[in-house]
Design a protein. Structure first.
Length: 169
């Protein structure tokens, strides 16, 4: 019961973050691209630092998409072979797969966090518009942590199925 409430709260958080941060970044990217193309071809005045700005907006949108797709199952899954096995075997294989993913996402969170520390210590900025890069590294690290939390919820669900043999809601 408590786990279900925690998962619902986490899912709501992911939906909000995906919408407000990820989708907002995509809308800004579309507007920036429109302004850049119009300025470049109509007024012969492109947006200075367009590549840098669009890269930072893409980082924001893509980082938000990972945890969201894990929570809502919007990722690609190939299960034509696995579907032939019992529900318990499927759960064991899924548990192992998600456990390996958890190791990867925790490592990625750790590495991007330390990368952010390094970027902040060196006061690294983009070359043209001088936007600090370290907040984006920390954003990516936070998204990896959120991705890891989403995987933990999956591990608990599949672990329960593997141990008890029934569907855990």
């Amino acid at each position: 019961m408590l786990l279900s409430k925690a998962e619902q709260l986490f899912n709501s958080l992911m939906r909000g973050m995906h919408f407000w941060l990820g989708m907002s970044a995509l809308v800004l990217l579309a507007l920036l691209t429109t302004i850049h193309v119009t300025g470049r071809y109509v007024f012969d005045q492109p947006v200075p630092g367009f590549v840098e700005l669009s890269t930072l907006l893409q980082i924001t949108a893509i980082s938000m998409a990972g945890p969201f797709s894990m929570v809502y199952g919007r990722h690609i899954a190939v299960g034509f072979l696995l579907e032939r096995f019992s529900e318990r075997v499927q759960a064991v294989v899924s548990f192992i797969t998600y456990f390996l993913c958890l190791i990867f996402t925790c490592s990625a969170a750790w590495q991007t966090f330390w990368r952010g520390c390094s970027l902040m210590r060196r006061a690294q900025t983009t070359e043209i518009v001088h936007i600090p890069i370290w907040p984006f590294s920390y954003l990516i690290s936070v998204c990896w942590v959120l991705f890891s939390v989403a995987i933990v919820f999956k591990l608990i669900r599949y672990g329960g199925i593997a141990v008890k043999g029934g569907i855990q809601k």
